[in-house]
Ligand binder design. Structure first.
Ligand SMILES: Cc1ncc(COP(=O)(O)O)c(C=O)c1O
Length: 473
């Protein structure tokens, strides 16, 4: 699509500034601010309106269509929660207000800590971290402090090759050595784990359900292996919509968990917006939590407290309160039965897609999944077609492409997360499109190789776009 600058014709005089503007007093301007030549596109109001309206129509979001971007839980979130979070009472709250004036807000935060404890089976929560990866960093720092106080210096963190990409990154930031273990049939192999766990093991960091969408079947055996050597267990709970209300990390023997409120509860993930990655811990780690924590006395008076051995603050003030608020509303609206339904439907939807498409996009793993499934475009390599081409072609059918080439353990991976908010009709339309693409590849692979055909931008250099970002000209 053309920019305003492209549309503008110099000298057409559709736009001009009056010389004698009443408020224009150039003598009051600082000299550096005065420019003779300012490039203002020469366009009429109508042309500008059309440009921006058409530009807005190029956008793709969950309100426009299906967005099965694996690992991102791009589901529809109730608008009412956005409306409530936009209310001035919440929007303009000053973080330094005396706590007597914000008892209601503190109650929300306290209740949220309690809800999350109940959902995960943990003993205490901090709402401070601003994203999932930030939660991972916070949790690992807490665990680091725990070992330090015990006088132990453990350095190894074990990560399955099916873990989320932020797990090794956060471990490195805390100064830990990452030991990756290979999966067996897409899951942790207890025998392999046993070989690497020793007295120097700091923790196992487990994404569960993992990036293949599989729930670790040997979870109790895994936690037992780590406990025997005095290591801790970290649970990446960002895929919570695959098990909420059904099972809890705390009951599986895990010591620390983070959640992504912005994936599971009413805030869209991605787009660089604010997030929230609360961290829950078991009793042994409680004293190290960042502060402030919200506490309550017997008179139902809420106040901030600081755990005795706190690692300090990981963010200014109290975390992203508006994201926490939306998550709180979502939990209240759905209740415990509603939350169970979230995981039941997300699992049903992912398995429905997998079963319908596995014949057309087979991967080496085929078992029951939780919230997402990973298929593969590998068989189409013989036609010269890559998974990237399939993803691009999906755009012509009106769908946002799934995550591709991740996880790395599946060649030509297509990671599809339908989420719990999509109807069977939408899933069927997506499945039809995927089947049509597989037929196109066999008949005329160039259609797919040269896709997309319907978008204004065709094939940008994606690496350059990510590494050399230009957001203005
Ligand atoms: C399983 C898992 N862990 C961690 C993260 C990181 O969360 P964030 O992007 O908020 O840092 C994500 C994000 O999607 C995730 O899916």
């Amino acid at each position: 699509m053309k920019t305003l600058k492209d549309l503008s014709k110099k000298g057409s005089n559709k736009f001009h500034i009056e010389d004698d503007l009443p408020f224009f007093e150039p003598e009051k301007l600082k000299e550096d601010y005065i420019r003779d030549e300012v490039e203002i596109p020469d366009l009429s109001e109508l042309e500008i309106i059309r440009h921006f309206v058409n530009l807005s129509k190029q956008n793709y979001g969950i309100d426009t269509g299906f967005y099965p971007l694996g690992s991102c839980t791009m589901k529809y979130n109730p608008k009412i929660n956005e409306e409530i979070a936009k209310k001035e009472d919440f929007l303009y709250l000053h973080p330094l207000l005396q706590i007597d004036y914000v008892q209601g807000i503190l109650r929300i935060m306290w209740e949220m800590q309690e809800f999350l404890k109940e959902i995960t089976g943990m003993d205490a929560f901090t709402l401070q971290p601003a994203a999932g990866a930030h939660g991972e960093y916070t949790g690992l720092r807490i665990m680091w402090e725990y070992f330090k106080q015990k006088g132990e210096r453990r350095t190894k963190v074990i990560l399955p090759d099916s873990s989320h990409g932020t797990n090794p990154a956060s471990s490195s930031m805390v100064g830990l050595e990452v030991i990756e273990i290979e999966s067996k049939d897409g899951m942790v192999d207890p025998a392999k784990l046993e070989e690497v766990v020793d007295e120097n093991t700091f923790a196992l960091m487990l994404t569960n359900p993992n990036t293949l969408g599989f729930f670790e079947k040997d979870i109790l055996k895994i936690s037992e292996i780590l406990k025997r050597k005095g290591a801790l267990l970290y649970y990446d709970g960002a895929n919570l919509n695959g098990f909420i209300g059904i099972t809890r990390p705390g009951d599986m023997g895990f010591d620390c968990v983070h959640l992504n409120l912005h994936k599971t509860f009413s805030t869209p993930h991605g787009g660089g917006g604010p997030g929230s990655g609360p961290v829950g811990v078991k009793e042994i780690l409680k004293d190290f939590l960042p502060y402030p924590i919200v506490d309550k006395n017997d008179e139902d008076y809420f106040y901030f407290s600081k755990p005795p051995k706190s690692i300090g603050k990981v963010r200014s003030f109290f975390g992203n309160f508006l994201v926490i608020l939306k998550a709180y509303l979502y939990i209240k609206e759905l209740g415990s039965e509603g939350l169970k339904e979230v995981s039941r439907i997300s699992v049903l939807n992912a398995n429905y897609i997998k079963e319908k498409l596995k014949k057309y996009y087979p991967s080496q793993f085929d078992r029951l999944v939780k919230h997402e499934c990973v298929l593969s475009g590998k068989i189409y390599k013989d036609y010269g077609v890559k998974t990237l081409d399939i993803a691009k072609r999906l755009m012509d059918y009106g769908f946002h492409p799934p995550t591709i080439y991740f996880p790395h353990i599946v060649d030509e991976a297509l990671m599809i997360e339908p989420t719990e908010t999509e109807s069977k009709e939408t899933l069927d339309e997506f499945i039809d499109a995927m089947i049509k693409i597989s037929e196109e590849i066999k008949k005329d692979p160039d259609i797919v190789k040269n896709a997309p055909h319907s978008t204004s931008i065709k094939r940008p250099d994606e690496v350059k776009a990510a590494k050399d970002l230009k957001v203005k000209w």
